[in-house]
Design a protein around this ligand. Structure first.
Ligand SMILES: [Zn+2]
Length: 121
């Protein structure tokens, strides 16, 4: 499924289902950011990759957001930012943060920014 345009190289960003460590997740990646296993079993960018923009749907798992959806990824590509709902540890409340694209890490959370009007998301 095509989600939008890569903010770094204007390539096509699409989603695909992958299995990582036994879990089914989605990978949103720029067509110019391909990875493969090399001879020493390292997962590296292919030599013809000119971009590094890749986002895994479990990018926010650490903050108890199970999945960053295709819809959220589309919005991120379209607007350059989106808002995600994160959760504290068990029993603590949820909170909202802005997320922007990051050339190296795919996504990056703006921890310093407060989300004013979360109802619009
Ligand atoms: Zn790209």
């Amino acid at each position: 499924m095509i989600l939008g345009e890569c903010p770094y190289c204007k390539g096509v960003v699409s989603s695909k289902n992958i299995t990582a460590q036994g879990k089914k997740i989605k990978l949103y990646s720029c067509e110019n950011a391909k990875k493969e296993y090399d001879e020493s079993e390292q997962y590296v960018f292919t030599t013809d990759s000119s971009c590094r923009f890749r986002v895994y749907s479990n990018a926010f798992l650490r903050w108890n957001k199970r999945s960053f959806s295709e819809r959220e990824m589309k919005k991120l590509l379209q607007d350059g930012q989106t808002v995600v709902r994160l959760h504290g540890r068990k029993g603590t409340g949820e909170y909202f943060k802005y997320v922007i694209t990051d050339e190296e890490y795919g996504v990056s959370v703006l921890w310093e920014e407060e989300v004013e009007d979360k109802d619009t998301f």
